[in-house]
Design a protein around this ligand. Structure first.
Ligand SMILES: NC(=O)c1ccc[n+]([C@@H]2O[C@H](COP(=O)([O-])OP(=O)(O)OC[C@H]3O[C@@H](n4cnc5c(N)ncnc54)[C@H](O)[C@@H]3O)[C@@H](O)[C@H]2O)c1
Ligand SMILES: [Zn+2]
Ligand SMILES: [Zn+2]
Length: 368
């Protein structure tokens, strides 16, 4: 079969190769024929060498839908022919962390697909613990409707959930990329009264606006972002901030980065984590969904009395069934995120486009 393989020692880091079809190796496995997959910013982090857990020579990809073509003998709730959406995480459902819902830290799994074991940017993929990680897609939900359920939509939900949203809350979302937009959708679902979308890319803010994802659309390039947020929140600051941008430039600026309290946010040099704690009100929660490529600095003495809560991490994608139901009921629609579609044989071109974000590229659907 055709597959997109990561090779950290090659110049291009990725290539389209012929690989053997995957086989069932455990009774809890299923083999899925991938009908649609996507490329995630986290795939780019692997290619950039920024994911220490990633194994070399694996097939990339962890965001997909498909059809089950083979199941292991232990699987009861799925059958050959089922159309399924896949969780980006592999989890046993039985260990201490799984029982608490912290599936990203499953003792036997976590982010495995397309990171530690072969992923979905291929014609077929083996999914371990398939009963846990595959969710049947309702009949009225198409493959395209369901494509993002197991990764970026779950991540958006995770970010919104981290903020413990109360009905009157104003939630600021930094980054109006695919994950940030999913966070806006989910913050609304979880009851936020006011949503503020923030991005330096005006086109992306416009896409969020066209889809009515927020109440305010702010570009730190063209406004004093802290002042604007103060004006919107009557001087209080945001009740919750979802950090879905993940930008920092410490390599160039750390030497003179002294966090002067009065210095306004500088979008070209300051980390978006810095923006997050600056626009948060005292006692706010900051949900960090973004994955940074550098260590981050928190000036704790400066923010001492602000009493902030930071929550971070890889998504615990435990709401796939609920999200599919919301899609089925017409309450969530992420179709607008698919800006281009490519055949698997042209996936290298798709990577190039995704990386450069040309042609307003948000997410690419890769089809067989
Ligand atoms: N936690 C998880 O499990 C999980 C899952 C999926 C993705 N992610 C991470 O979430 C992050 C976002 O993913 P994405 O696919 O939406 O990425 P993306 O790169 O498409 O979007 C990031 C957005 O941030 C904006 N941005 C950059 N610098 C900015 C600044 N200074 N101020 C305001 N906005 C700025 C960019 O213009 C862009 O639109 C990535 O780091 C990705 O790896 C995490
Ligand atoms: Zn991902
Ligand atoms: Zn587990």
């Amino acid at each position: 079969m055709k597959a997109l393989v990561y090779d950290k020692n090659s110049k291009s880091k990725i290539s389209l190769c012929e690989k053997e079809n995957p086989k069932i190796i455990d009774p809890k496995d299923a083999i899925v024929e991938v009908t649609l997959s996507s490329i995630c910013t986290s795939d780019l982090h692997i290619i950039n060498g920024m994911v220490p857990r990633a194994n070399n020579n694996i097939i990339l990809g962890h965001e997909f839908v498909g059809k089950i073509v083979e199941i292991g003998s232990d699987i009861k709730n799925l059958k050959v022919g089922d159309r399924v959406s896949a969780n980006c995480e592999t989890f046993c459902g039985e260990c201490y962390f799984c029982k608490k819902g912290y599936i990203n830290n499953c003792k036997k799994g976590g982010w495995e697909l397309g990171c530690r074991i072969d992923g979905c940017q291929a014609q077929y993929v083996r999914v371990p613990f398939a009963e846990m990680g595959l969710t049947k897609i309702p009949d009225n939900v198409s493959d395209r409707n369901a494509l993002f359920v197991g990764d970026i939509l779950s991540s958006g939900y995770f970010g919104a959930e981290m903020c413990e949203i109360k009905p009157d809350d104003t939630i600021a979302v930094i980054g109006s990329g695919p994950v940030g937009m999913c966070s806006m959708i989910c913050a609304k679902i979880l009851g936020a009264k006011t949503i503020i979308a923030i991005d330096i890319n005006e086109k992306r803010l416009n896409i969020a606006k066209e889809n009515n994802l927020a109440d305010y659309y702010l570009n730190p390039k063209t406004c004093d972002i802290e002042k604007e947020i103060k004006a919107i929140t009557k001087n209080k600051g945001a009740d919750g901030v979802i950090e879905a941008a993940g930008f920092s430039n410490y390599k160039n600026t750390q030497a003179n980065h002294n966090f002067t309290p009065s210095k306004p946010y500088d979008w070209e040099n300051d980390s978006t984590l810095e923006l997050a704690w600056k626009i948060a009100r005292p006692n706010a929660i900051i949900g960090v969904v973004a994955m940074y490529e550098e260590n981050q600095v928190l000036p704790l003495p400066l923010m001492y009395g602000k009493n902030l809560t930071f929550k971070t991490g890889g998504v615990d994608a435990i709401h796939c069934e609920k999200l599919l139901k919301l899609i089925s009921e017409g309450k969530i629609n992420t179709d607008f995120l698919i800006t281009q579609t490519f055949k698997l044989e042209n996936i290298l071109e798709a990577y190039e486009l995704f990386k450069t974000q040309k042609d307003n590229c948000l997410k690419i659907a890769i089809e067989e």
